[in-house]
Ligand binder design. Sequence first.
Ligand code: NAP
Ligand code: GDD
Length: 399
Amino acid sequence: MAYAIAYVIFFLYFCSRFARVRSLRARLMKIKYMAKIALITGVTGQDGSYLSEFLLEKGYEVHGIIRRSSVDFRERIAHLEGTPHFHLHYADMSDSMSLVKLVGKVQPDEIYNLAAQSHVQVSFDAPEFTADVDAVGVLRVLEAVRTNHLEKTCKIYQASTSELYGKVEEVPQNETTPFHPYSPYAVAKLYGYWIIKEYREAYNMFCCSGILFNHESERRGETFVTRKITLAAARIAHGMQDCLYLGNLDSLRDWGYAKDYVECMWLILQHDTPEDFVIATGVQHSVREFATLAFKHAGIELRWEGKGVDEKGIVAAVTGNGLPVTVGQVVVAVSPDFYRPTDVVNLLGDPSKAKRELGWNPQSTSFEELVELMVKHDMQKVTREHFNLAEYLEKGIVK
Ligand code: NAP
Ligand code: GDD
C-alpha cells in the first residue's frame, strides 16, 4: 500500500515537472520565434499605410491607432483589415489615458509616432489643435511608455519634418542646420523634436527623429500640392474640371516617394545607437515644374505667362488623344486663397548621413518616376470617381 501511494505521488510529481518544463519550453520557443510588435499612430495616413505593409512583410505584428469618425471606410488600409497580425485600436493623440492603456495592452517593441495634424496651411486655422496633437501628443506617447515601464525595451520613432528648417538658414539642410520654424505646424513639430531628444538624454530611451522632407505618392492627401496637381491634371484631361487654382508656384521642395521613405523609419530604429537623420533625395524642384510635368503625363503641354498672382498655365500643345482642351486655354491660375501667412520656400535636404550610416538609397524613385506614377494612378481614379472634391478645390472652399 505504502509503495502504491509513493508511486502515485512520484507519478504526479513527475507529471507536474514535465508539464512545467513543457510550458517553459513553449515559452522559450515563443520568445525565440515571437514576431516583433509595432504600434503605429497615424496608421490610416499615407505613411502609416505604407509602413504597415512594410512591417507586416518583415513578419511584425502590427497594431494601429484609429479615431472614431462618422465614415468608417479607411481607404488606405482597407486592404489590410482582417489580415492576421494586423490589429486596430481606438485611441487619440489628445487622450493620454487611451495611449497609456493601449501601450500597456500591446507592449510594443517599437512605436512609430506618425499621427499629426499634418497640413501646414490648416495649422494657421487650427493652431491650438495642431499644438495639442503634434507637440503634446509626442510627450503623451513618451509618458505612456514610461508609465508602462517599457523605456528600456521600447524604441520610438518620431515623424519629424523639414518644416523645422522653415525660413531656411542654409541650403541644403542637414542634421546640423539651425531650425527656424515658420508655421504653427512647424513650431509644434519643433517641440516634438526636442522632447524626443530630452527623453533620450534624460532617461536613456531609444527614441529618434526622422527629419523627413516632403514625400508623396498615389495615397497622398488630396489637398497637398502634388496630389492636388495630379488629380486636377487627370480631371482636366477627362473634361471634369476646367482650371486648377494654386498658391505660390515658385516654392521649392525636395520631393521623394513615400514608399521609399518608410523603409528609413524602420532603419533608424534598427541602428546601433538612437540618432536623428535627415531623409531626403537631395534634388529640388518648384511647384511650377511639378505642374508642368504632371500635365505633360496627362497629355497637355503647358507654357507659363505672367507673374505672381497673374501667372497662368496655358495649353501650348495637346499630345493626348481626343482630350477636351484647346491650345491657348488657361488650365492653371493663381489664387491668393492658397498663399500662406508665412511660407517655406526653399527646402533641399542633404541625406548623406542616412546614406552612409543606414545604407539607404535616397533616389530609388526619381522625381520623374514619382510624378508619372501619381498621374497614371489619378488618370485611372477619376474615371471611377463619384465624389467631386475638385469642385470644392476649384472654388477655394477647401484648402
Ligand atoms: P497624413 O496622411 O496626414 O496622416 C496623418 C495621420 O495622423 C492620420 O492617420 C490621422 O488619422 C492621424 N491623426 C491626426 N490627428 C490624430 C489624433 N488626434 N489622434 C490620432 N491620430 C491622429 O500624414 P502623412 O503624410 O502620412 O505623414 C505622417 C507623419 O509624418 C505626420 O506626422 C507628418 O506631420 C509627418 N511628415 C510628413 C511628411 C510628408 O511629406 N508626408 C514629411 C515630414 C513629416 P485620420 O485618418 O483619422 O485623420
Ligand atoms: N497645399 C498647397 N495647395 N500648397 C500649395 C498650393 C496649393 O494650392 N500652391 C502652392 N503651394 C505651395 C505651398 O505654399 C508650399 O510652399 C508648397 O506648395 C508645398 O505645400 P504642401 O504640399 O501643402 O506641403 P508642405 O511642404 O507645406 O507640407 C508637407 O511637407 C512637410 C515636410 O516638408 C506636409 O506633408 C507636412 O506634414 C510635412 O511636414
